[in-house]
Design a protein around this ligand. Structure first.
Ligand code: FAD
Length: 266
């Protein structure tokens, strides 16, 4: 069994978010991290590896420095890593990104027993589209919002989080699962893992590596192959300070009701 985990390097938006004058994100001036949901996806894969001996392959599409993130995931316990990188891939929207990642996964090899884990959502693009799109392009089943995953012979059972409860779904492999933070607590890199990370396999897939796949075509990848057009991007105005009402007595409730009525909320 092989578990392929798609991981994205994202700007750390917990600090100051730098925006260019044209409204685009100034990625170069911000530190990068592994997308938080993807850390949960990696941890889920490593837990399955601990229990079943599965092989864990981490894959990212990004610029060459994304190799550093992949080395950290190898230090956590992943077995090998694939960096999908090339100028032809730059400017890809979610459609083109999933097209390229699906081709990369085909190149890695997706067997009957295998599963693909993605994060539910990246904290920069925030669309939650890439995982489901990869599944569509590979024509395999998918389950999103996984809060628990169990391997069960030729299928896996996923506890899927809904707004007001859970749904348990049994799905045949190969399949794709998108993971959420409720799934687990990602482990730290170990000292031994850090020492080992540099002796593990790191493959680079460029345009030449993937160009024979029917999914890879100049009209379906990169900026030219991206059907999304961004008309305008802007920083929303800062919200004013909130108002605090102390106490839970009748007078405070009446005051709250008065304020809400004044603002036509009730
Ligand atoms: C016209 C256009 C041009 C763009 N050009 C660029 C560009 O040049 N460089 C750039 O970085 N972004 C670019 N973007 C943004 C880029 O399209 C998205 O960041 C990317 O497609 C992922 O979408 P998302 O962030 O919404 O991911 P989501 O769909 O929210 O991500 C869900 C999950 O998919 C997986 N995933 C997503 N992206 C990757 C990845 N790259 N590698 C591995 N796994 C991944 C992860 O598991 C992630 O948790 C561009 C967007 C548009 C619309």
């Amino acid at each position: 069994m092989k578990i392929i985990v798609c991981v994205k390097q994202v700007p750390d938006t917990s600090g100051k978010v730098a925006v260019n004058p044209d409204g685009t994100l100034n990625r170069a001036s911000m530190p990068t991290i592994t997308n938080p949901d993807d850390m949960n996806a990696v941890e889920a894969a490593l837990t399955l590896k601990d229990n079943t001996g599965a092989e864990v392959v981490v894959v990212t599409m990004g610029p060459p420095p994304a190799e550093g993130m992949l080395r950290e995931l190898l230090a956590m316990g992943a077995d090998r890593a694939v960096l999908v990188s090339g100028r032809e891939f730059g400017g890809s929207d979610t459609y083109a990104t999933s097209q390229i990642l699906a081709a990369a996964i085909k190149k890695i090899g997706l067997d009957k027993d295998d599963v693909i884990f993605c994060g539910r959502q990246a904290i920069d693009g925030d669309t939650a589209q890439v995982g489901p799109q990869i599944a569509e392009k590979l024509e395999i089943p998918q389950v999103s919002y996984a809060a628990d995953i169990k391997k069960d012979g030729n299928s896996i059972t996923v506890k899927r989080m809904l707004e007001d409860g859970f749904m348990e779904i049994k799905v045949q492999t190969p399949c794709l699962v998108t993971c959420i933070k409720e799934l687990n607590e990602p482990r730290y890199m170990s000292i031994g893992g850090i020492m080992e990370a540099y002796s593990k396999e790191m493959q680079v897939f460029d345009y030449e590596t993937l160009k024979d796949d029917p999914l890879i075509d100049p009209t379906t990848i990169g900026l030219k192959g991206s059907p999304t057009n961004i008309f305008k991007s802007f920083t929303p105005p800062q919200k004013g300070a909130g108002m605090m009402l102390e106490g839970a007595d009748k007078n405070t409730c009446a005051k709250l009701a008065g304020i809400l009525a004044e603002k036509h909320i009730i």
